[in-house]
Design a binder for this molecule. Structure first.
Ligand code: ZN
Length: 138
């Protein structure tokens, strides 16, 4: 019985996109919006937004345009990785605030972790090997 249902599902899903990180994120977002709406907002618009996200997630899951879905997921993962990088830098800046300062290289935009020595310093970037001045005030 279960085997037959599984075969039917597999036949139906043949050539369809299925789940990816964007799909799971959309499901979680729809669920969280729904719960927050029930607890705090009680708005029909927030509920509609949650439903739209849920329906879009299902449409992506069953879509046969695999190339476009994969491209959407690639863009989502790149944006998520950029946000995660910024968050980790923010967290590290707070954690290391007493021992070092973070500065961006003005040539290659690499992040440099410098000791907290107040004043003007000449710094050699380890990524592009160019020398430039930084001013650490506090
Ligand atoms: Zn550099």
């Amino acid at each position: 019985m279960f085997r037959r249902w599984l075969d039917r599902y597999n036949r139906f899903m043949y050539g369809r996109y299925g789940a990816d990180p964007l799909f799971y994120t959309m499901l979680v977002a729809a669920f969280v919006l729904n719960v927050f709406n029930r607890l705090f907002f009680r708005s029909i618009f927030v509920l509609a937004a949650a439903d739209v996200i849920f329906i879009l997630a299902l449409l992506r899951y069953f879509s046969k345009n695999i190339y476009r879905r994969r491209e959407e997921n690639r863009k989502f993962c790149a944006a998520f990785a950029a946000i995660k990088r910024e968050w980790q830098l923010f967290r590290d800046r707070i954690r290391d605030r007493k021992v070092c300062r973070y500065r961006k290289c003005k040539y290659c935009r690499a992040i440099l972790r410098l000791p907290t020595d107040k004043g003007k310093h000449s710094v050699n970037c380890p990524a592009c090997h160019k020398r430039f001045d930084v001013h650490i005030r506090f």
